[in-house]
Write a protein that binds this ligand. Structure first.
Ligand SMILES: C[S@@+](CC[C@H](N)C(=O)[O-])C[C@H]1O[C@@H](n2cnc3c(N)ncnc32)[C@H](O)[C@@H]1O
Length: 237
């Protein structure tokens, strides 16, 4: 794995880590309203649709909020995969807390993992806020494999950060490496592509059902992107 990717994984593995005190605090709160786990209502509603699926892949699951929602909304089984130990520990904790552990398979993976998954395995896939924080060559590998492991008719949800063009970055005193990559303290935090660039790329693999925009709580403008996609042809590999 290249250094940029290693640093990205290490960053998220530390950011998502739940200490024992954090776990106790969550347990003591007794709050089981899973709908609040989604960073926005539009994302919640998109993920809720995955509740109709038999088998869902949550790729780069992080804390696994989307896996929990899909299961709570009726999905039969979810494979939640990511690359750090703390991340897998966190999702296992949340799955138990929200009472969905028996239908959730949390798995620590390496970069070749998707190659080991059979063609047409999933009828639902979510990749939220992953493809926009990693280098483009890795995104292309992931999309190739995701397209192969999606069943014909599968629903694929891709959530992305906002687009930051180089001119806008400059006005904020930021430099995008190669006009695309924003590094913060040496860690790649944004791979910046416009709506039309993402549309052109995703169209190579899927039919685009819709592109919507959303905001996180506290943000005044809906600049984050939500693609709802459909796999329309059978796997070719
Ligand atoms: C911004 S977090 C998003 C986590 C989660 N999907 C969410 O919506 O909260 C990015 C996640 O992508 C994971 N990740 C980064 N590169 C990856 C790769 N090549 N394959 C799988 N996961 C990756 C990181 O470990 C991290 O958990």
């Amino acid at each position: 794995m290249d250094k940029i990717s290693k640093d990205v994984i290490e960053f998220w593995n530390n950011a998502i880590k739940l200490e024992e005190d954090d776990k106790k605090e969550i347990e003591n709160s007794g709050d089981k309203d899973y709908t609040k786990l989604a960073p926005s209502l539009k994302l919640y509603e998109a993920v809720k649709e995955l509740g109709k699926c038999e088998k869902v892949l949550d790729y780069g699951c992080g804390s696994g909020w989307s896996s929990i929602i899909a299961l709570k909304e009726g999905a039969k089984e979810v494979d939640a995969v990511d690359m750090g130990d703390n991340i897998i520990d966190a999702i296992n904790f949340y799955a138990k807390y929200y009472g969905v552990a028996s239908s959730l398979n949390a798995k620590k993976i390496d970069s070749d993992y998707l190659k080991s998954v059979k063609d047409a395995t999933y009828d639902g896939i979510i990749i939220n806020n992953v493809l926009d924080v990693i280098p483009l060559d890795i995104t292309l590998d992931i999309l190739n494999e995701v397209s192969r492991v999606a069943k014909k008719g599968a629903r694929i949800i891709i959530g992305l950060n906002f687009y930051m063009p180089q001119e806008v970055a400059k006005t904020r005193g930021l430099e995008l490496v190669d006009g695309r990559m924003l590094f913060v303290d040496g860690v790649l935090r944004l791979y910046s592509m416009s709506d039309s660039e993402w549309t052109e790329l995703l169209t190579k693999y899927f039919e685009i059902e819709r592109l919507d925009h959303f905001a996180w709580e506290g943000e005044s403008r809906e600049t984050r992107r939500l693609f709802v996609l459909k796999k329309t042809v059978s796997s070719t590999k």
